[in-house]
Design a protein around this ligand. Structure first.
Ligand code: HPA
Length: 271
């Protein structure tokens, strides 16, 4: 379990490398990492050099922060994240987002690769997350130093900030990308779901499913950060299309990443 002191030690390390407080933190999910290439004069901070930081073991995830400017805004991008299924506990999984909060970043954009459950979603679509279901993964708020970060029982009525969501919607329109919005459900993974699980999630109101993001959104909301989130729909969820393969899902994410980059670019100019 990561301690509060370990969080602040990691934040201090990063604070000495970047200058000023970034205007926005972005977490890039599976297959979306190369979007950080657009940053001008990038400064790279490898996760392995940051004290106490978890380092990803999954293929397709680079493990570093990229800091620099995009459209005149100071942006701190996480190129790759760690997942609960890698064997880390939730306090480690959300550590990077906690560290961003301690650095003073107050706006966060989370992205992920997801399976589409709703019949409205096709592979290649980008879904804005307007709400989530966290009940199938442990809470990242289970710890004894919560009071240094937020309250014990935080409200989760508006996890995704209405104003940032408006900016995201406008960013779709600007780029003529059809707007999709839905509820994302986080599973622990790493196995993909069964068709029966997908039918259950569908009945519960989930539109898309994946193995990340919700825990980070909960931790960031706990700290009072403003959050927006986007899912790149890579496949139809189990039982709604063919069998699922990680390689095909990463490739589909790659295909959608151009549209995702357009939305993120317009979004950044609005914040
Ligand atoms: N299920 C869970 N995680 C995923 C999926 C899926 O269908 N697609 C991409 N990540």
């Amino acid at each position: 379990m990561i301690t509060y002191e370990q969080l602040t030690e990691a934040a201090e390390y990063i604070r000495h490398i970047i200058c000023g407080i970034p205007d926005l933190g972005i977490v890039l999910g599976s297959g979306l990492g190369h979007m950080a290439d657009a940053i001008t004069d990038p400064v790279y901070i490898d996760y392995k050099d940051i004290p106490n930081f978890p380092v990803s073991t999954v293929q397709g995830h680079n493990g570093r922060f990229v800091y620099g400017k995009l459209y005149g805004r100071k942006i701190l991008i996480m190129q790759g994240r760690v997942h609960f299924y890698e064997g880390y506990d939730m306090s480690q999984v959300v550590m990077p987002v906690r560290v961003m909060g301690i650095l003073g970043i107050d706006k966060l954009l989370l992205t992920n690769a997801a399976g589409g459950i709703s019949s409205e979603l096709e592979p290649g679509d980008i879904m804005m997350i307007h709400d989530h279901i966290s009940s199938f993964a442990p809470s990242p708020l289970i710890c004894n130093y919560y009071d240094k970060l937020g309250v014990r029982f935080p409200d989760m009525t508006h996890v995704y900030d209405p104003e940032l969501c408006d900016h995201i919607r406008a960013a779709y329109e600007e780029n003529n990308i059809s707007f999709k919005s839905g509820v994302y459900l986080q599973v622990a993974g790493p196995q993909y779901e069964t068709p029966a699980e997908i039918r259950m999630f569908s009945a519960m109101g989930a539109d898309a499913v994946g193995m990340s993001t919700v825990c980070e959104a909960v931790a960031a909301r706990h700290m009072g950060m403003k959050i927006a989130a986007l899912s790149s729909i890579c496949n139809k969820a189990a039982g709604l299309g063919g069998e699922l393969s990680h390689e095909e899902i990463i490739a589909a994410g790659d295909e959608a990443s151009g549209r995702l980059a357009l939305i993120i670019g317009s979004f950044i100019q609005k914040i």
